[in-house]
Design a protein around this ligand. Structure first.
Ligand code: PEP
Ligand code: MN
Length: 337
């Protein structure tokens, strides 16, 4: 449940309430908004004496949260969360475009891509330095060298950078080079990793597992939020279905459904969601029309020679064309690009 304090509640009244919550063996998540304080009560589901809190000084009302996730829920925070990322805002009117190669392969490849996607209007550069591949014999990423190249590309272009982190031990290292930590689909339920990125206080892009429900995605988000890290963005990247013509089935439903269930920004990955570069443009348009706050798109200067995901990567000139088409859709739904 959450305890909504009165607008004029005193500091003493707020601390009396948080102390009482802690005495009951629950965790407190205090959110002090401009207007009023909200005390989130995080427990294990055992009922709490609601009336006891209703009678306390400074308390306006008690709101039960019925969903299994609390901090991620719209009941906890009815207004949209806007994630501030060094000059960029995710969840605001401007749709955030993240673009770049699946994997960092070389300085030339990364910088050529970075310059091209910036020119076309992207504000964040993607590029995996650690690749969680289905086969142990596939390219596993450049590791720390890849991270250094990402930092150089940021320096040269002014783009922010996002890269995947695949183990809790690597969180401090990856955090020193990137602006946003990406949690990939395969690690959505790696709880040790979720705790580590929660603790890091770095912005996080959390991708939906390929066999996970939206509720499971929101429960994973809860792990990160429970560490007080609320610079969190969710990403729909397609789920596994019986369909074989596309790599995954992009669950477009997830965009408006998640926007209803949670206050967090919702991104879409049309590259992994389809697995085919020809579908990236149309599906990106659908995502923005459905209310996505951002897109993450794979772009490679020479997709035929890409070390991973070439078949779903756009060439820079095609990416620029897709961006032009997206501008019109964004405008039609009251957004900018
Ligand atoms: C990626 O973004 O390159 C990636 C591996 O995505 P996912 O985790 O969604 O498969
Ligand atoms: Mn990829």
């Amino acid at each position: 449940m959450i305890i909504v304090m009165k607008k004029d509640a005193t500091v003493r009244e707020i601390s009396n309430v948080t102390a009482r919550v802690e005495q009951s063996g629950r965790q407190v998540h205090l959110s002090e908004g401009e207007e009023r304080a909200i005390v989130g009560v995080l427990g294990d589901g055992r009922p709490l004496d609601r009336e006891q809190f209703e009678r306390m000084g400074g308390v306006e009302r008690i709101v039960p949260i019925l969903s299994p996730y609390k901090l991620a829920s719209r009941d906890f925070r009815p207004q949209d969360t806007i994630v501030a990322l060094n000059g960029i805002k995710a969840g605001a009117e401007k749709v955030v475009i993240i673009a770049g190669p699946c994997a960092v392969e070389s300085r030339e490849q990364l910088l050529a891509t970075a310059r091209a996607v910036k020119e076309a209007g992207a504000t964040v550069l993607r590029g995996g330095a650690y690749k969680p591949r289905s086969s142990p014999y596939s390219f596993q990423g450049m590791g720390p060298e890849g991270l250094k190249l990402l930092a150089q590309a940021r320096e040269e272009t002014g783009l922010l950078v996002v890269s995947e982190v695949i183990s809790p031990e690597a969180v401090p290292l990856v955090s020193t080079y990137v602006d946003i930590l990406q949690i990939g689909a395969r690690n959505m339920q790696n709880y040790a990793l979720l705790h580590a990125v929660g603790e890091s206080q770095k912005p996080v892009l959390l991708k939906r597992g390929m066999m996970s429900t939206m509720e499971e995605l929101l429960m994973s988000a809860e792990y990160i939020l429970s560490h007080g890290n609320d610079r969190l963005m969710l990403c729909e990247r397609g789920i596994r279905t019986f369909e074989k013509y596309t790599r995954n089935t992009l669950d477009i439903n997830a965009v408006p459904m998640l926007k209803q269930l949670t206050h967090l920004p919702v991104f879409v990955d049309p590259s992994h969601g389809t697995g085919k570069w020809e579908l990236v443009g149309p599906v990106s348009r659908a995502a923005i029309a459905a209310g996505a706050d951002g897109l993450i798109i794979e772009v490679h200067p020479n997709p035929e020679e890409a070390m991973s995901d070439g078949g779903q990567s756009l060439k820079p000139e095609r990416f620029a064309r897709v961006m032009e088409e997206l501008r019109a859709v964004a405008q039609a739904v009251g957004r900018t690009l």
